[in-house]
Design a protein around this ligand. Sequence first.
Ligand code: ATP
Ligand code: MG
Length: 312
Amino acid sequence: MMAVPLVQVDHIRKRFGSIEALVDVAFSVEEGEVFGLLGPNGAGKTTTVRVLTGVLSPDAGRVTINGEEISPRTPRIRRNVGVVPQQITVYEELTAHDNLRFWGRLYGMGGATLDLRIDELLAMVGLETRAKDRVATYSGGMKRRLNLCMGLIHRPKVLVLDEPTLGIDPQARILLLDRVRGIAAEGTAVLYTTHYLEEAEAICSRIAIIDHGRVLAQGTLEELLRVVRHGAVIRLQGTFAEADGARLDALSGLRLVSRDTRTAVLEQDGDRGVPELLHSVLNTVPDVSSVMVERPTLQSVFIQLTGRELRE
Ligand SMILES: Nc1ncnc2c1ncn2[C@@H]1O[C@H](COP(=O)(O)OP(=O)(O)OP(=O)(O)O)[C@@H](O)[C@H]1O
Ligand SMILES: [Mg+2]
């Protein structure tokens, strides 16, 4: 028997007046994985998050957590999910500790258990020394880190992060990504929403590309890269004669894209691996001074699927 995924998003649809925010979104998230939802502004990421966390009801389709349908009417099931919303939701006038205490109480936590959990979370994001300072005195990145703790206070089985790294510096981003990886490694199912390609590449075991309310493709990075027809691009510099171009083009597993006297660009076209191809290339045209190999990236997949670049 196949294990039921912890989170199952089953062909959800959502319309706001004349705007079709979600047309058809389906994916699942397993325990212990970081699943990425990657798409540009307005793609439908936050709407998906709001349906998935039981804040909004879908017009069609459903979301189940551990086999049970989640909706605004199912508070018990909603407790299994922790959310780190796109808009930071902390009380500026309270300390970090009191924000977390307040949030924990909403989940029925209290006493020493709650205090221990708060200390543990603040230490995890490096805020332990600022625990008793008002959040109003925090930097943007510190607020983001606290926001992550809010989603985790009640040890949810499912953690949903909506663009958690917006506006933070590279160091805080590295810390946050690292913590998210750790949370998944402990068995939590993580849904990670982002419009940063490198983040999706770096931490997601599987990725769904979403645009205009539809999932255009999903799978592991390897699987997504197969969507792109071309293989690696090999750029050569050296001295090339007309005949060299024809010789390169005749090599099996390669296609000549362009050539002039100083450069030749080839594209992998078939199953032969890059090291083997390079070997043939260098045997065919000895006068090569430099070689650069570019692999297709998530960016190439995105362009192919949507016809445009995902800009940051
Ligand atoms: N409450 C609402 N009322 C009307 N339209 C909405 C509402 N919420 C979202 N939309 C619309 O639905 C579409 C998807 O919005 P959504 O917030 O899900 O996108 P997103 O992928 O999260 O974008 P971003 O990267 O900018 O956060 C947009 O066209 C948006 O204007
Ligand atoms: Mg959003």
